[in-house]
Ligand binder design. Structure first.
Ligand SMILES: Nc1ncnc2c1ncn2[C@@H]1O[C@H](COP(=O)(O)OP(=O)(O)OP(=O)(O)O)[C@@H](O)[C@H]1O
Ligand SMILES: [Mg+2]
Length: 307
């Protein structure tokens, strides 16, 4: 829709010409250039420093050393200020174990609230390794369906079967309300993951861009997006093999959506998620299910590997 894209980061605002895709493409290219020039400069600085170190005490080399010291200073000044998002930490999320071939199966399920029919007769076979996106207008029953598949609520009719060795992790649409306000970020992850391993917890928090003293903040002071990131980090910190995620990109900024999509693309288990975010769906999903009133329809993406 847009002709210009303005980005606020690192204390400044930059306006790019073009729509979102053009902005992303430009940004990627620009970041590559920055990274390369930063790498080259760092190499030169290291060389120069080695020279200085080696000949520092030699009288005959005094002027050469002097000029290298100057060179070194100016090289350091030229080092580009890398934006925060270039420094992302890579982290892959643990798989509890391999699930059976069909971790979740729904047969002829129907649901109604107070005699109002939401959907009926839904059949769904979720195969191991599937990355399924469910999309459709507000109020069509997507959240209801996910809750039934995660066995949080019972369908009015029909059968849900959880397959052999399937370890389901559910991220609800209103999960933010479940964070304990008095706990720190570190404690939140420690509790959910049941892990006492500091490095593991810090790595997970780091992968979701919380570092240093951030991890000692109480969850009550976090911004909306930070709460979302923490909630996702906590879901993903507990190893499972089937992730059921209800609108996981809500409140997330662009960079966090990138991190989440990378993590889900790499995740070796099964993922079933509801999303209204076209970009996110196109990155992660190999199957797309559309829910409209009275319609439950699946599509396979031709360009994705289907197990
Ligand atoms: N406990 C309930 N009692 C009565 N009606 C409910 C209940 N839960 C959900 N509904 C209704 O069922 C319909 C489906 O709700 P659901 O939350 O599953 O929609 P959704 O597809 O997830 O929508 P959105 O895209 O807005 O998240 C809605 O009309 C909603 O008002
Ligand atoms: Mg919903």
């Amino acid at each position: 829709m847009t002709k210009h894209t303005a980005e606020i980061s690192n204390g400044s605002i930059t306006v790019y010409k073009g729509n979102y895709d053009a902005y992303m493409a430009y940004k990627k290219e620009h970041e590559e250039t920055l990274k390369n020039s930063s790498r080259n400069l760092e190499r030169k600085i290291a060389q120069t420093e080695r020279f200085i170190e080696r000949f520092r005490s030699k009288a005959t080399k005094a002027s050469a050393v002097q000029s290298r010291v100057k060179l070194c200073e100016s090289l350091k000044e030229d080092l580009p200020d890398l934006p925060e998002n270039i420094r992302t930490i890579h982290f892959s999320f643990p798989l509890s174990r391999q699930s059976g071939g069909v971790p979740v199966k729904a047969e002829r399920i129907s649901m109604s609230y107070n005699d109002v029919k939401i959907f009926s007769g839904i059949d769904l076979i979720v195969a191991r390794g599937d990355k399924i996106a469910i999309t459709g207008p507000n109020g069509t029953g997507k959240t209801t369906l996910l809750k039934i598949l995660a066995q949080i609520i019972q369908p009015a009719d029909g059968l849900v079967t959880i397959g052999h060795n399937a370890d389901i992790r559910y991220f609800g649409q209103h999960v933010l309300e479940q964070l304990s306000p008095d706990k720190t970020l570190f404690e939140t992850i420690a509790d959910v993951s049941g892990s006492g391993d500091r490095t593991f917890i810090q790595n997970i928090l780091g992968a979701f861009l919380f570092s240093g003293d951030d991890v000692l903040k109480k969850t009550s002071v976090l911004s909306g997006g930070e709460k979302s990131r923490l909630a996702l980090a906590s879901i993903l910190s507990k190893s499972g093999n089937v992730l059921i995620l209800d609108e996981p990109t809500n409140h997330l900024d662009i960079q966090s959506i990138e991190i989440l999509s990378d993590a889900l693309v790499e995740f070796e288990g099964t993922v079933l998620f509801v999303s209204h975010n076209e970009y996110f769906i196109s990155r992660v999903a190999n199957r797309i299910i559309e829910m409209r009133p009275g319609v439950f329809q699946g599509f396979f993406r031709h360009n994705a590997a289907i197990p």
